[in-house]
Design a protein around this ligand. Structure first.
Ligand code: ADP
Ligand code: 5GP
Length: 191
């Protein structure tokens, strides 16, 4: 099967379950690799530089923007930037693998515009904003302030589901992973 430098874009509000679904998918479908983004946010407990993200200071992030190192970047939350490094895409394609992106909805729309038919964009939708808040609280990674910022942004992001190729509702996790796997395999088997 020829992957032809394909990319799969996952976008959704924070807490929808993107990382969880991607984690399962990477175990099930071969030759796919996660694009490690850069961010100016602080690492969470258990996160490692160069595994979940490249963690940069705000100044380092802005220097890399000025150097033209990003394909896209967004200040997702006030004062906190996230971006896709050109070098990640090169690194993954060089190995003949398909790139998996986990990005916010605006980043997802930019990447789809850039990669066109080589890209499949998947919107992961939570059953409701209330459930999203519950999941973010249970994840235990947010302060009351950052949780509030994420929920506020989610209300805007949820309006962008129709700008993606497909939407998967993540209510039952197992069903959402099965559905995502089918959609991804159909895309990869298409020439
Ligand atoms: P994202 O990457 O979109 O921010 P995560 O994958 O971190 O979201 O998921 C947010 C939280 O919700 C995690 O604690 C995860 O274990 C949990 N979660 C994911 N999918 C489901 C689901 N279908 N039902 C209940 N909890 C879920
Ligand atoms: P978190 O802080 O929960 O890891 O990520 C917050 C949000 O930033 C999520 O919606 C995540 O998908 C998004 N994000 C992560 N990396 C990138 C990136 O490279 N570009 C963009 N635009 N968003 C990103």
């Amino acid at each position: 099967m020829e992957n032809n430098q394909k990319v799969i874009i996952f976008s959704a509000p924070s807490g929808s379950g993107k990382s969880t679904i991607i984690g399962h998918l990477l175990k099930r479908v071969p030759n796919m690799e996660f694009s490690i983004s850069a961010t100016s946010r602080k690492p969470r407990a258990g996160e490692q530089n160069g595994r979940e993200y490249y963690f940069l200071s705000h100044d380092e992030f802005k220097q890399r923007v000025a150097a033209g190192d990003f394909v896209e970047w967004v200040e997702v939350y006030e004062g906190t930037c996230y971006g896709t490094l050109k070098s990640e895409i090169e690194r993954i394609w060089q190995k003949g693998n398909v790139v998996i992106f986990d990005v916010d909805v605006l980043g997802g729309i930019s990447l789809k515009q850039i990669f066109g038919d080589k890209a499949l964009s998947i919107f992961i939708q939570p059953p409701s904003v209330e459930e999203l808040e519950k999941r973010l609280r249970n994840r235990g990674t947010e302060t009351e302030e950052s949780l509030h910022k994420r929920i506020e942004r989610a209300e805007m992001e949820l309006q962008y589901s129709n700008k993606h190729d497909v939407t998967v509702i993540n209510d039952n996790l197992e069903k959402a992973v099965d559905q995502t796997e089918t959609i991804v395999n159909n895309f990869l088997n298409r020439q």
